[in-house]
Structures are given as C-alpha cells and as structure tokens.
Design a protein around this ligand. Structure first.
Ligand code: Z5A
Length: 228
C-alpha cells in the first residue's frame, strides 16, 4: 500500500452515510427507493443523492462528463471532473445533511472512481487515493455493491433505453458506449475493493428480480445497523 492509500484507509466512515455501487443496469434505482422507505420509517430525514452530480454545479459537471457530443476527455480529465463534481457534492449536499443528522444515500461515490477511472481506464489508484484524501475526506459507513454480469447489466440498460428513452435522455451516454472489456475491468475493480474492505462493503446478487434485490439491500442495512 502506498502512503496515500494508507492515509485513505484511515478516512472516517460516517455512520449515516450509505452508498450504492455497481455496473450499468444493476438496479440501483429500485434499491435506493427501498432504502429511503426503510430509513424514513424510522422517522429520520433521508437525503438521496447521486454522482456524478448531487448539487446544481455538480450536475452541470455531470452533463459535461456524460455528453458524447464533444471531444473525448483524457482519462485524467475524466477523473478530475469526477472529483470536481464530488468536491462540490460533498460540500453542498453530503456534509450539511450529515451535520444536521440526516441519513445520506448516494447512488455512486468515490468507489466508482476507483472502479471506472482506476480499473476501467487504468489510472494509478495512488493518484485517486490522493484526491480522495485531499478533496473528499470521508467514506460511507456502508456500501452496497450490486453485482451482476456485464452482459446482463448492459441488456437491462438497453431495454430501459428502448422502452423509456426519457429515463436516459437520448440513448447511451459517453461512458455507456465503452466496450465490454472496459466494464469487465470495472466489475473486477469493484469486487476487489469489496474484498479488501469487508467491514464497509456488502456484495448483493443483482441477478435476482428487482424486489428480491431490494429486500436483500434492506436486510443488509438492518443487519449493519444492528452491528451484525
Ligand atoms: N462514473 C465514473 O466513471 N466515475 C465516477 O466516479 C462516478 C461515476 C461517480 C453515470 O452514472 C456514469 O458515471 C456511470 C459510471 C460513471 N457510467 N456507466 N456506465 P449513473 O449511475 O448515472 O449511470 P449507470 O450506472 O449507467 O446507471 P444505470 O444503468 O441506470 O444503472 P442503475 O441505476 O443501477 O439501473 P436502473 O436504472 O435501476 O435499472 C436499469 C434497467 O434495468 C431498468 O430498466 C430497470 O427496470 C431494469 N432492472 C433493474 N433491476 C432489475 C432486476 N433486478 N431485474 C430485471 N430488470 C431490472
């Protein structure tokens, strides 16, 4: 482990901060709704948010990142824009919500940068760790990784684009246009992170029907809250 990675391993994991991770079509939307309902049933405020994005300026950076119309960003540009979005998201949305005692559930967070820009694009994880330490400074207490094969995830996303084009704008975004080999590396990187941090991660089988995945996510949240 490099010095930057060691420093990152010591970042505070916030007990009211949850993240959802996984490849395309993993079903994060349904799980997010189920987690919100579970947490709100306890009478707490729940802030559901997403990355890239999650604040007005961060959403503008998201649009830049996913737009296939302009010239492709270099891997470094992509990573730095992800962290520019994250810095704004953390400052404007995540930290204020946690400070007033709300739960925060984020559809993707820093693990996605390790998986996509590290695993997928081949950028040095020590560089990502340095950005995480300097720009983010906190980790979720619990991260649910929705795992399924690349073929199945991409088929689901294509189905959504066909039947509900509004859900994804005008077809696949810039990153969704990558090749299967890219998404295989992303999946491997997510699984490696989960194996390295078993206290924070729970890996869920996302090949199950949506209701079963949502139920497994709620069960994992309850067990984690109960200290299991
Ligand atoms: N990215 C990055 O590179 N680096 C970073 O640091 C961050 C992000 C933070 C945008 O993220 C892109 O940014 C993303 C990673 C990159 N690129 N890719 N690929 P995003 O989260 O907005 O995009 P996404 O992951 O592609 O979203 P998604 O495809 O919408 O995934 P999802 O939210 O998990 O899927 P869903 O919308 O819930 O479900 C997709 C479809 O599958 C839909 O029609 C559902 O009805 C169907 N579905 C869902 N679950 C099931 C089950 N269980 N059975 C059957 N059908 C299902």
């Amino acid at each position: 482990m490099t010095a930057a990675e060691t420093a990152v391993a010591a970042l505070p994991a916030h007990p009211r901060f949850l993240s959802l991770e996984g490849g395309e079509g993993a079903g994060k939307t349904t799980v997010l709704k189920a987690l919100r309902a579970e947490l709100e049933a306890g009478g707490d405020e729940v802030v559901c948010t997403r990355e890239p994005g999650g604040s007005p300026l961060a959403e503008m950076i998201r649009a830049l990142l996913l737009d296939p119309a302009h010239e492709p960003p270099t891997a470094e540009t992509e990573l730095l824009l992800m962290f520019a979005s994250r810095a704004q998201h953390v400052a404007e949305t995540v930290r204020p919500a946690l400070e007033r005692g709300a739960w925060v559930v984020s559809d993707r967070f820093t693990d996605s940068s390790y998986a996509y820009q590290g695993g997928g694009r081949g950028l040095d994880p020590a560089f990502i760790a340095e950005l995480e330490r300097r720009v983010v400074g906190l980790r979720p207490g619990l991260t649910l990784l929705l795992d399924l094969g690349v073929d199945q995830g991409r088929a689901r996303a294509r189905g959504r684009d066909l039947f509900d084009p509004d859900a994804s704008g005008s077809g696949p975004d810039r990153i969704e246009r990558e090749h299967d080999a890219f998404f295989e590396r992303v999946r491997d990187a997510f699984l490696a992170r989960a194996a390295a941090e078993p206290a924070r991660f729970r890996v869920l089988d996302a090949t199950q029907p949506a209701e079963a995945v949502a139920a497994a996510a709620v069960a994992a949240l309850r067990a984690w809250r109960d200290g299991a």
